[in-house]
Design a protein around this ligand. Structure first.
Ligand code: URA
Ligand code: CA
Length: 436
């Protein structure tokens, strides 16, 4: 088999066989296929697309390019959840203990912040003492005892994806439905869960700007999961503003605690309940969506969800004192506010821009090995639909130095779009996609 022929076949709109796709992924992972040929092939896929059969074969080949985690030692149906990249997306911190408190095992592997998006691992590491490292045996044992553990995804999971993503990033080929679907699903399949709930973001903060493309991405991922024998459900959710009020590591941990106490922001609470409902049904601990909602609500009201969070923190070496006293979390020395210049209604908030701003404050990474400041970030004081008068506070900035905040104030203000009329209310969950 020659890579030249595969590039030509895809360039001319042909369908690759499973053997050809395996050859491609194995050769690229080993370094036998050079970046220049892989780049040409990737651009051909960008324009020609892939059939569902090709996309599934590609995903499986990528999933098998490294370690495939065996979670069979964990009792029950393991359900994983994945978000396609939110800003201030605090859901995993809330969902993991909440769903576990309802009896579904949560064996979660998460990633770190990069660019404008945050990472669950960095958020958890703002808890004093918390460790995201465990041996596979400790991981399985923790989930059997507590129903929940959240650890770091190692480089050994789908290495073909790590290498390919770097190449896509510099060849303008990220925004391809089959390539995004295969990239995400290969990591999820290798991470070993039995079932999967996907939160696919739509709107201005999302990877794909057009709703039809987002829908196609959700359908493709559900189809791959189903063909691979994992029950998969996707919710397409609105991202015309960041989720909740906090963006930044320790600030989001505090927001997660408030949400587990039943006093979190409405949109974060609603999204958590919607995703949690799907997870409980797929894990077969709830009979249907109504039963699942009731169980989730009860776990929050009774305090069991918060108690589960405390257990998880202690199990992973963290000091749980911050749960009752948030001042134990890292706190930024500088706090300034950004005020509205005009009066009106907030009709959109640019999450991508605020994600970049938060990274520049020090909460995220420009490059993979940048250091993180857990204390800094933003707290939104106005959300889409808020009425504001000139001079009202839009956002609090938590910074390490006054000049960091000052340099970003104008960008933060400009991220809030203020119009003359209240915006049409939009549902948070725009569409549910499942195999049936
Ligand atoms: N997230 C991924 O993991 N891969 C992509 O290609 C895009 C988003
Ligand atoms: Ca948030």
């Amino acid at each position: 088999m020659r890579m030249y022929d595969l590039i030509k076949k895809k360039r001319d709109g042909g369908e690759l066989t499973e053997a050809e796709i395996r050859f491609l992924i194995e050769g690229f992972t080993k370094g036998d296929i050079p970046d220049y040929q892989m780049s040409a092939f990737t651009m051909a896929v960008f324009f020609r697309g892939m059939t569902d059969r090709e996309t599934t074969a590609l995903t499986l080949a990528m999933a098998r390019s490294g370690d495939v985690i065996d979670l069979s030692g964990i009792d029950g149906v393991k359900v994983d959840k994945h978000s396609t990249g939110g800003v201030g997306d605090t859901t995993t911190l809330v969902l993991a203990p909440l769903v576990a408190a309802c009896g579904a095992p949560v064996a979660k592997m998460s990633g770190r912040a990069l660019g404008h998006t945050g990472g669950t691992l960095d958020k958890l590491e703002s808890i004093p003492g918390f460790s995201v490292y465990m041996t596979p045996e400790q991981f399985v044992d923790s989930v059997n005892r507590l129903k929940v553990a959240v650890i770091g995804q190692t480089a050994a999971i789908a290495p073909a994806d790590g290498k390919w993503y770097k190449l896509r990033d510099v060849t303008a080929t990220v925004e391809s439905v089959p390539l995004i679907a295969a990239s995400i699903m290969s990591k999820k399949l290798a991470a070993g869960a039995d079932a999967l709930v996907l939160d696919v973001k739509a709107g201005r903060g999302a990877f794909l700007k057009k709703f039809e493309d987002t829908l196609k991405l959700a359908e493709t991922m559900v189809s791959i999961g189903t063909r691979a024998g994992r029950r998969t459900v996707a919710l397409i959710t609105d991202m015309n503003q960041p989720l909740g009020r906090a963006i930044g590591n320790a600030l989001e941990v505090k927001e997660a605690v408030e949400t587990l106490q039943g006093r979190g922001p409405d949109d974060l609470t609603e999204l958590t309940l919607a995703l949690g409902t799907e997870m409980l049904v797929l894990a077969q601990v709830a009979e249907d969506a109504t039963d699942a909602r009731r169980r989730l609500g009860e776990a929050i009201r009774s305090g069991r969800a918060l108690e589960k969070f405390r257990e998880m923190v202690v199990n992973q070496g963290g000091d749980p004192a911050f749960i009752d006293d948030p001042s134990r979390l890292p706190t930024a020395p500088v706090r300034v506010v950004v005020e509205a210049r005009a009066s009106g209604w907030v009709d959109a908030i640019d999450g991508h821009e605020l994600g970049d701003v938060t990274m520049l404050l020090g909460a995220g990474r420009r490059k993979q090995d940048d250091e993180i400041d857990h204390a800094v970030g933003l707290v939104l004081r106005a959300k889409v639909g808020s009425r504001v008068e000139a001079g009202d506070v839009l956002c609090e900035v938590h910074a390490a130095r006054p000049e960091d905040a000052a340099a970003l104030t104008e960008r933060i203000r400009a991220a809030f779009s203020i119009g003359p009329r209240p915006p049409e209310p939009r549902p948070l969950v725009l569409r549910r996609v499942s195999a049936d």
